[in-house]
Design a protein around this ligand. Structure first.
Ligand code: ATP
Length: 281
């Protein structure tokens, strides 16, 4: 295979804080190595529609601190078909792009793997998802920012729960993975944490535990529930009925996906972006 001269970079699937820092690192590292870089907009969709722009050093200035992705992101059904991927490949050839760095989650990586094998293109993935649920990596970009956001939100809920002697049942994101719930739950001192990876008995692990700690004088409670378990409204009703503690359910939702990336996400994004280019080289 001839030496790589031009790298395309795209973000796909759900956005995650740190994607911009990774785009910046890929761009600047590639330019440092004398390579051209092209930004592909809206993930695989942009590869198919040809929404592609040449990047210079300044194209990625002032983005390291921004959440979201300047390249935008999308889910693309067409890329799941052979015809769609063929158009994507033809556009790559037309644009002179001979390698790709894809930033995204599980689905993005699956698509990348199929595409790379089909057309024999070098592709490197940078794991980006707040859920931290990609195999073969200890860390995915966005996770640290997300757990810190959850922590701040739950601390706020704790203030009001404590003032009113209430229980807060909080659902956090993570899809089928419990990493966000587990880490944020420990950090905020939750009474119980429910995650899909661990079997639980609601009576024993939530109700009875609350009742036991009530006897020590505790009057406010935080229960953290992973998205993969859900059902927080019903849980709140049951807790209130069985413990007599006024209970509110809160679903934190998409606020967890936004915000300025933390130091850990910016540094890891910079290292991963740099490494992606090194690997392609
Ligand atoms: P998140 O974990 O944040 O949802 P993700 O990368 O897993 O991110 P998906 O929507 O699952 O998000 O995947 C992103 C895109 O990757 C899809 O819209 C599709 O274009 C491509 N993709 C996913 N699975 C496949 C597949 N089996 N074949 C080809 N392309 C795929």
């Amino acid at each position: 295979m001839a030496a790589i001269q031009c790298i395309g970079v795209l973000t796909s699937g759900g956005d995650a804080p740190g994607m911009n820092a990774a785009i910046r690192a890929v761009t600047r590292s590639a330019i440092y190595h004398g390579l051209n870089v092209k930004g592909i907009y809206r993930g695989y969709k942009g590869l198919i529609s040809g929404e592609i722009k040449e990047f210079q050093t300044q194209s990625v200035s002032n983005i390291i601190q921004q959440g979201g992705t300047i390249l935008r992101t999308a889910r693309c059904q067409e890329f799941m078909t052979e015809e769609g991927r063929k158009i994507a490949y033809e556009n790559m050839v037309k644009e002179g792009i001979d390698a790709l760095v894809v930033l995204g989650g599980d689905g993005t990586f699956t698509g990348a793997k199929i595409f790379a094998n089909e057309f024999n293109i070098p592709v490197v993935g940078v794991p980006c998802t707040i859920d931290n649920d990609i195999a073969s990596t200890d860390y995915t970009l966005g996770f640290d920012t997300a757990i810190n956001t959850v922590l701040e939100m739950v601390d706020r809920l704790r203030d009001t729960s404590q003032s009113h002697d209430r229980c807060s049942v909080v659902e956090v994101m993570g899809r089928r993975a419990g990493y966000i719930a587990l880490n944020a739950g420990i950090a905020c001192g939750a009474t119980s944490i429910l995650i899909p990876e661990v079997e639980y008995d609601f009576q024993r692990d939530v109700i009875d535990r609350m009742k036991r700690t009530q006897m020590t004088g505790k009057k406010h409670f935080i229960i953290v529930v992973a998205e993969g378990i859900g059902g927080v409204d019903e849980m709140a009703k049951r807790i209130e009925a069985e413990t007599g503690v006024e209970t509110r359910a809160t679903v934190l939702g998409h606020v967890q996906r936004g915000g300025h990336p933390t130091v850990r996400d910016r540094v890891t994004a910079s290292l991963m972006g740099y490494k992606a280019v090194e690997l392609l080289k």
